[in-house]
Ligand binder design. Structure first.
Ligand SMILES: Cc1cc2nc3c(=O)[nH]c(=O)nc-3n(C[C@H](O)[C@H](O)[C@H](O)COP(=O)(O)OP(=O)(O)OC[C@H]3O[C@@H](n4cnc5c(N)ncnc54)[C@H](O)[C@@H]3O)c2cc1C
Length: 402
């Protein structure tokens, strides 16, 4: 459906990751002339891809979560997800392994999961059902009340559903996910399954508000899918929706220009691109400290000094057999850098064209950038490519040598 824009006509979107591509598609649908400005030569941002010897890895996201939100977006663009992607539900969704090699297969069959929880800890099956009911309730509220609003008025927050859940929401903001999970479950692995979603927020369960137990609705109720062809296929689907945009690739924005409180365009080197609106889909820290004048930032610059960067990652693109696999240390919930290795010599990847299973990427905490590091730029990216058999010795050497 074509719409017309009465006053503002030209938009600049900074960043061609998932957010920038989706924003561009929605602005085009509203009738804007859209200029998408991306510093890299390619689109996709963190949703990257890497190919070697006929095999392909997703270097960023590989779990397709929140299918309802994805479908909603494609519907807004006048199309359907089924016209663009072949989604393969992963069953089991993923496997959790500890350092003794003991594993649990996690599925979105709540009866099976309740049985599994019960088998590890008497009473935990019923508690899981209550936990998941609450996660679903809060997830639905978050989608209806927060995700699809532009925060221009408070009406959505005064709905009966929202007011009914307000005390629960406030309580779950004042306690951590770790406390919520640990007070209900004793078994370490059960705790890990319910706490690890904090990693999606680049956080630690002890720093994440309990509100985010809603994330368990996504893997334990909605389930995990994988787009055949990897997330590259998803990026291609988004790109197919922005044919009418003007693309500026290999073009870093150096400043958002402003007049009073309004954006007037962006500066790219010596070139100026004028616009009625500018939407930055780059990281907030970068936008506020590098692109905007200090007087227009949502947070004063000093407030960033007290913030810690989120979890950093060493990404090992390895040829291993099997499912999406989470490797946990004996206690805690951070995905561990210590793990049992895949078969070293003959670990050929499954070819994605023959199988829906993606080659494995193994994100691990960056050995030199943890929550105790205080600088946003202290640690440069580690070398992107190491080839060779995946052995614990190789990995230990590699992580230690950076
Ligand atoms: C290893 C890893 C695994 C992940 N796994 C999952 C998963 O399984 N499932 C899931 O749902 N999510 C996952 N995520 C999260 C997901 O990848 C991100 O949430 C998503 O890709 C972010 O998209 P974005 O558009 O907001 O940001 P980005 O992808 O970072 O895009 C921002 C873009 O802005 C560009 N940019 C920045 N500054 C400028 C500038 N000054 N001028 C021009 N361009 C600029 C950047 O180059 C980039 O292309 C994972 C992330 C990582 C890193």
């Amino acid at each position: 459906m074509e719409r017309s824009v009465s006053k503002m006509t030209k938009a600049v979107v900074i960043g061609g990751g998932l957010a920038g591509l989706a924003t561009t598609a929605l602005l085009l649908r509203e009738g804007y002339e859209v200029h998408l400005v991306e510093q890299n030569e390619h689109l996709g941002g963190r949703a990257g891809t890497f190919e070697l010897d006929g095999f392909r890895w997703d270097t960023g996201p590989s779990w397709y979560l929140m299918p309802d939100a994805m479908s909603h977006f494609f519907k807004l663009c006048g199309t359907s997800i089924d016209d663009h992607l072949d989604l393969v539900p992963l069953e089991p969704a993923y496997r959790v392994i500890d350092d003794h090699g003991e594993f649990i297969d996690v599925t979105s069959d709540i009866d099976a999961m309740a049985e599994l929880f019960e088998s590890r800890e008497p009473g935990a099956g019923a508690k899981l059902r209550t936990y998941i009911d609450s996660a679903t309730q809060v997830y639905n509220l978050a989608i209806d009340g927060f995700l699809y609003t532009n925060f221009t008025n408070f009406i959505p927050y005064l709905s009966p559903g929202m007011l009914r859940l307000l005390p629960k929401l406030l309580a779950s903001l004042s306690t951590s996910l770790k406390v919520k999970v640990n007070t209900q479950f004793r078994d370490t692995k059960l705790r890990q399954i319910l706490s690890y979603p904090a990693v999606f927020l680049s956080s630690d369960p002890s720093h994440t508000p309990a509100l985010y137990h809603l994330m368990s609705h996504t893997d334990l109720v909605q389930g995990v899918s994988y787009p055949r062809g990897g997330f590259t296929a998803f990026i291609k689907a988004l790109i197919s929706l922005i044919d009418d945009a003007v693309l500026h690739l290999g073009t870093p924005v150096s400043a958002i220009t402003t007049q009073g409180r309004n954006a007037t365009g962006v500066q790219v080197g010596s070139e100026f691109i004028e616009a009625d609106i500018v939407i930055s889909c780059a990281d907030q820290h970068h936008t506020e400290t590098q692109l905007l004048p200090a007087s227009l930032c949502a947070k004063p610059e000093t407030s960033w000094k007290n913030k810690q960067p989120g979890l950093s990652t060493v990404l090992v693109l390895a040829g291993v057999k099997g499912e999406h696999t989470l490797l946990f240390p004996p206690t805690g919930t951070k995905i561990s850098a210590k793990f049992s290795t895949a078969p070293p010599q003959n670990s050929r990847l499954q070819n994605p064209s023959r199988s829906p299973r993606p080659p494995q990427q193994i994100p691990m905490p960056h050995p030199k950038a943890t929550r105790t590091s205080s600088s946003w730029s202290q640690y440069p990216p580690m070398s992107p490519l190491v080839t060779g058999p995946l052995t614990e010795k190789n990995l230990t050497w590699w992580a230690g040598s950076q």
